[in-house]
Design a protein around this ligand. Structure first.
Ligand code: FAD
Length: 326
């Protein structure tokens, strides 16, 4: 069998990232099951065989720690070479910072039609039709990607993760590229771990609970955090909260903060300024809790609760805990 789709996976703590499992599902839907995997960087060889757990019988690994710190361009040549080797006509990865960088390079290195931030994808004879939010989520564009080489990056959480269906997986080693000075000269000199709430990270979480100025004081923000903890959610905030120093800027959702697209976004005491909306509007289900029925957040909310957050949020947290038996 010649694979005609190549999934470029990302690693998280030495294992395939959750976003990669979503990409595998898309690849199988588009390529009819003929899929190979590829991972690059430190630990790639050990992680590559995990593709087999998700029904991918063939994987490629470039186990080179230098690639972790090198600019994205360093990965483009080995990725393009692997795509050629497996005879792929379709390449998929997650639309993370690394994935978007890679696709820009592959447009040239693999001479491909590319699209990032993809939230829907369907195959047609001769290409793939994709949809993605644009203009901060205020519109959705549809693109036909035609040609013998198409590369797409799927937005994390936009697709379901593939279920486990173990098959034996053959892992091939990809030779390390000879990197030019342009790729070896920039050195990562440190990694500062971003301050974040307990629970999952904002960008990975499938549920996000964010608090705004409506919580009135930093000590009241625990109401937001308790609701988040009861749901196993990440904690976010509006800029009013981070500007006031109630929570670090790394919590901020919006135009000048993080863009998130969880399955469920709960906005607590957030008015819904456009700069906040653009960072969360592509969430699958949006719930807003606000005492002002005319607050703009209700225009994008699927469910709105008009009322005092100081009554609603503790009651909601208690009910979630009761239902979950916590
Ligand atoms: C260039 C630029 C970039 C920006 N980037 C961002 C960004 O990335 N992210 C961001 O969030 N903002 C951003 N902003 C700021 C944005 O314009 C808003 O000022 C900010 O989002 C407001 O935050 P808020 O909704 O928490 O506060 P407010 O607008 O003050 O809203 C508080 C809400 O709480 C409600 N409320 C009050 N008391 C209660 C209660 N007891 N129960 C329930 N509800 C209650 C009120 O009705 C109100 O709707 C940016 C602004 C600019 C100019």
């Amino acid at each position: 069998m010649t694979p005609n789709a190549l999934v470029v996976g990302e690693l998280h703590d030495g294992h395939l990232a959750a976003s990669t499992l979503e990409v595998i599902g898309v690849a199988r839907a588009l390529a009819g099951g003929a899929v190979a995997g590829l991972v690059l960087g430190a630990g790639a060889k050990a992680a590559a065989s995990e593709f087999g757990r998700f029904g991918v019988p063939e994987a490629y690994a470039l186990d080179d720690p230098h690639l972790d710190a090198a600019p994205a361009g360093a990965r483009a040549a080995p990725v393009a070479a692997t795509a050629r080797e497996v005879g792929a006509s379709l390449l998929l990865t997650a639309s993370t910072t690394a994935g978007r960088d890679l696709l820009g390079r592959l447009a040239v290195a693999w001479d491909a039609a590319v699209a990032t931030g993809v939230t829907e994808a369907t195959a047609f004879e001769g290409g793939v039709r994709v949809r993605r939010p644009v203009f901060g989520g205020r519109a959705t564009e549809t693109i036909r990607l035609e040609g013998s080489r198409v590369a797409i990056a799927t937005r994390p959480h936009a697709f379901a993760a593939v279920a486990e269906s173990p098959v034996p997986c053959v892992v091939h080693e990809v030779p390390a590229p000879v990197l030019s000075e342009a790729y070896t000269a920039p050195q990562r000199t440190g990694v500062a771990v971003t301050a974040r709430g307990a629970g999952p990270s904002l960008t990975d979480a499938s549920i996000v609970v964010s608090g705004g100025r409506g919580v009135r004081a930093p000590e009241n923000f625990r109401l937001v955090e308790e609701l988040a903890a009861s749901l196993g959610a990440a904690v976010g905030a509006s800029r009013a909260v981070t500007d006031a120093g109630w929570r670090p800027t790394s919590f901020q959702v919006g135009q000048t903060g993080r863009a998130v697209s969880p399955q469920l976004y709960i906005a607590v005491g957030i008015s819904g300024a456009i700069q906040h909306i653009v960072g969360m509007v592509s969430s699958r289900v949006i719930v807003a809790i606000n005492s002002d029925a005319s607050a703009p957040i209700f225009r994008v909310a699927d469910y709105g609760i008009v009322g005092d957050l100081f009554q609603i949020v503790p009651a909601l947290t208690a009910e979630v805990r009761r239902v979950r038996g916590a």
